[in-house]
Design a protein around this ligand. Sequence first.
Ligand SMILES: NC(=O)c1ccc[n+]([C@@H]2O[C@H](COP(=O)([O-])OP(=O)(O)OC[C@H]3O[C@@H](n4cnc5c(N)ncnc54)[C@H](OP(=O)(O)O)[C@@H]3O)[C@@H](O)[C@H]2O)c1
Length: 322
Amino acid sequence: MFAVFASASSSDDPLSALTLGERPAPDVPEGWARVRLRAASLNHHDLWSLRGVGLPADRLPMILGCDGAGIDDDGNEVVVHAVIPSDGWSGDETLDPGRTLLSEKHQGTFADEVVVPRRNLVPKPAELSFEEAACLPTAWLTAYRMLFTRSGLAPGSTVLVQGAGGGVATALVALGSAAGYRMWVTSRDEAKAAKALELGADRGFASGERLPERVDGVMETVGQATWSHSVKSLKPGGVIVTCGATSGDAPPAELTRVFFLQLRVVGSTMGTREELERLMRLCAVTGVRPLVDQVLPLEQARDGFARMLDSDVFGKVVFTRS
Ligand SMILES: NC(=O)c1ccc[n+]([C@@H]2O[C@H](COP(=O)([O-])OP(=O)(O)OC[C@H]3O[C@@H](n4cnc5c(N)ncnc54)[C@H](OP(=O)(O)O)[C@@H]3O)[C@@H](O)[C@H]2O)c1
């Protein structure tokens, strides 16, 4: 079958590790299910994989893609939950030390077919297109859990999102504003900050700009480049929820501010199947939809990877199969 896969890894030139071509169609193990993919979306995770982060050489070649939506063997329209728990795990799968994301151990969604444990199939609401639904399982689910499960912040709180253009960042702005939070964003690019206002953000600022007042919470995906601004932007008792470190993961911790102002630093990773179901219901009832920057046939996936590498994306890049 046709697939987009990592055939090598390169930390300096991730696109050199990307191959488009034929891979064997998957067998379906007992208790697993096959999905014929209609749409899949790109995440920064796919670039990390090409750089060799989280994807050791002994697992190559590996079909990339965490997110997908399509049709199962019984003809149902389904979304694929990307967190694969270890055998026998019960409870919150994001806390399973043996969990993996699709494309880390098991082949991913940038292909004609993917196989996943049957429990990882979630019915696609009719209100969402395949393209929209395929944006939800990683970036949108991560944003949902950061804001609604992990932050402890109630609607009405002021929340700063660092890096307006990202997949997780645009999801945070759309979900937060729909749920009654006052969402502020930063971006290195004035045009991206302006676009975030159209998505529902209340204010946009240049990266690192001093805010007019301190905020209750900061949602961090950028890491090193914005960390100090995040720490300085919080009210006493405020919370930083971090799920990523695109620009580096070792900024100074600024511990004095953390303890003196009694800040909370909270990690967050992906979400559970139940959270994905609630996220889809939220989209169906509120009318909130993932912001799709570009839809490309899977054969043109390389263009989408290149744009993400250049930070030239606002929202999600979606690959389709007909
Ligand atoms: N833990 C998890 O479960 C989980 C889930 C999803 C994502 N993540 C991680 O979260 C991060 C974001 O993922 P994504 O898919 O949303 O990626 P993305 O779409 O590529 O977004 C990255 C955004 O970060 C900002 N940014 C990048 N480099 C920057 C820099 N040097 N300085 C300031 N801002 C910078 C950019 O915002 P502007 O261009 O607007 O400034 C960009 O739009 C990735 O590192 C990813 O691995 C983790």
